[in-house]
Ligand binder design. Structure first.
Ligand SMILES: [Zn+2]
Length: 130
């Protein structure tokens, strides 16, 4: 019982310690989003109807494009409807994060298993067809 009480105390201490950093992170994500950067808080989106896709440039800038146009930014941005549902700015299709192209479909991947990194990893652009 003493161990359990100590564990709860440790968790409380950890929460108190982390809270200011979590607030700073949330503020930074808001600033990044306002600047057009990808704040890393969700999956990148692909519209299953018209093929509009999101990606992140090395600079961190969030763009949308259609194959084979990467990295030409269309200037269009998915509209956030709920925490995980977006509207395609091109065709109006509702796009849910769980329908991202890398999600398994009946046990298979819709595309080759190249992980779409959520961060602005420097090597990312080189993997795309120009
Ligand atoms: Zn669309």
């Amino acid at each position: 019982m003493a161990g359990y009480t100590r564990l709860l105390g440790d968790i409380d201490h950890l929460i108190v310690t982390i809270r200011p950093f979590a607030r700073q992170l949330a503020a930074l994500q808001r600033r990044m989003k306002a600047a057009g950067l990808f704040a890393n808080e969700r999956e990148l989106l692909d519209c299953p109807q018209c093929g509009l896709r999101e990606d992140v440039l090395i600079s961190g800038l969030l763009i949308t494009y259609r194959e084979p146009g990467f990295p030409q930014d269309t200037g269009l941005r998915f509209e956030e409807l709920t925490a995980d549902t977006f509207r395609c700015p091109s065709c109006g299709q509702k796009v849910n994060e769980r329908f991202a192209s890398d999600e398994p479909i009946s046990g298979f991947l819709a595309k080759p298993a190249t992980k779409r990194c959520k961060s602005a990893a420097p090597a990312k652009e080189g993997k795309r067809k120009a």
